[in-house]
Design a binder for this molecule. Structure first.
Ligand code: NAP
Length: 351
């Protein structure tokens, strides 16, 4: 029996450039190959990976099934020829310049780069809006867990009161080892480093900078305010001592690195907005700090590298999301979700 023709057959491909083939990029490339038919059905056109930019072409890498000819060390020429740029190289430059170039050239952008977005996200989003393009970044905040989408889209008809969470897996791993296994704090830090759980610069995790970037992105999405990293009341875990853990244990509590953002002043549009401090709209506080929580609270029960976010909203009440906040496949899941959404919109706009 002749098979039914698929809607995407004959459709012009959506051309995709991938910037980075590290932990996340390699997983994205692999899934683009493995799931090509599925993604073509979901998008309504094939996704064509036109190239993968890396820093060092000579580095041995396991990209089975991916044509070596796709690799390039010339990201500029790659972004000039595509519909969507997926940036998973990390760092501020050249990622920022490449994203700007892509947007000006008419491409949409998907990125997982939390530090870039926390520092320059407002300018990039303004540039995208002016160019009629999109910058999507679900993967930048708690990887596979769809927390950005929940805050920005699912709760768009609600009023969010607060967002709090364990949004850095490496520090949670350390704190969990100390609390549950009685491991000395410094030994737990060493073990997290040995297992590759800490960023290349461990202060990103230990001083709360990684969590600060993520909570800033969530606060902007929740309240539309221009909060920045400097607005975060931030304290990391490096100053904790074994005595702190001991006294927590004695009271049935555990120490967790909690990132939170909450509305502390009137909602947007009220007469007292002008007293709202450095941000416009509602007054928003943002903090990252080690916090004592009851051992049987959902945060107290969050083990090892798992992340958990609790959102309190006026109508929806309390929502809890948890899952993997890092990892190649997990982060690729969020990147690919954004890519498919953006590609679908481009295909729909063709008609
Ligand atoms: N890993 C996670 O679990 C995770 C979770 C959430 C978000 N993220 C974010 O995802 C992004 C990527 O993370 P990752 O862990 O995949 O990083 P990674 O393993 O260090 O990979 C970075 C990739 O980018 C390439 N690259 C770096 N600088 C470049 C340059 N100047 N020109 C061309 N290519 C360049 C590297 O090339 P070479 O291979 O030649 O060195 C490498 O392939 C970061 O923004 C990170 O914060 C990661």
């Amino acid at each position: 029996m002749p098979r039914e023709q698929q809607a995407h057959e004959g459709a012009a491909p959506v051309r995709v450039a991938l910037l980075g083939a590290g932990t996340v990029g390699a997983a994205v490339a692999q899934r683009l190959m493995d799931r090509a038919d599925l993604f073509a059905q979901r998008v309504g056109a094939p996704l064509e990976l036109t190239g993968i930019a890396v820093r060092d072409l000579g580095r041995p890498r396991d990209l089975s099934g991916i044509l070596p000819g796709l690799l390039t060390d010339d990201p500029e020429s790659l972004v000039d020829q595509v519909d969507v740029v997926v940036e998973v190289m990390g760092g501020i430059q050249p990622a920022r310049g490449l994203i700007e170039r892509a947007l000006r050239g008419g491409a949409d952008v998907v990125t997982a780069n939390k530090q870039l977005l926390a520092q320059h996200g407002s300018e990039l989003e303004a540039l995208a809006a002016g160019a009629g393009r999109r910058v999507e970044f679900e993967a930048a905040v708690v990887a596979a867990v769809p927390v950005m989408r929940t805050v920005r889209d699912a709760l768009a008809g609600d009023e969010i009161r607060s967002i709090s969470g364990i949004i850095n897996g490496s520090t949670n791993y350390i704190l969990d080892m100390v609390a549950r296994q009685g491991m000395p704090f410094q030994e737990a830090v060493r073990q997290a480093g040995d297992l590759g759980y800490l960023e290349a610069d461990p202060t990103e995790d230990l001083e709360g900078l990684d969590a600060a970037a993520k909570i800033v992105l969530l606060a902007r999405a929740a309240w539309g305010v221009d909060v920045g990293l400097d607005d975060v009341q931030r304290e990391g875990i490096s100053g904790l001592t074994d005595a702190d853990f001991e006294s927590a244990r004695g009271t049935g509590q555990v120490i967790k690195l909690i990132a939170s953002a909450w509305r502390s002043g009137p909602a947007s549009g009220s007469a007292s907005d002008s007293a709202a401090g450095p941000v416009s709209g509602p007054r928003i506080e943002v903090a990252v700090r080690p916090t004592l929580v009851a051992a049987d609270h959902p945060f107290g029960q969050t083990r090892e590298g798992t992340n958990m976010v609790i959102i309190e909203a006026e109508s929806a009440g309390s929502l809890r999301l948890s899952g993997a906040g890092a990892g190649g496949d997990e982060t690729a899941s969020a990147v690919l979700g954004d890519l498919i959404n953006v590609a679908r919109s481009r295909v729909a706009a063709r008609d």
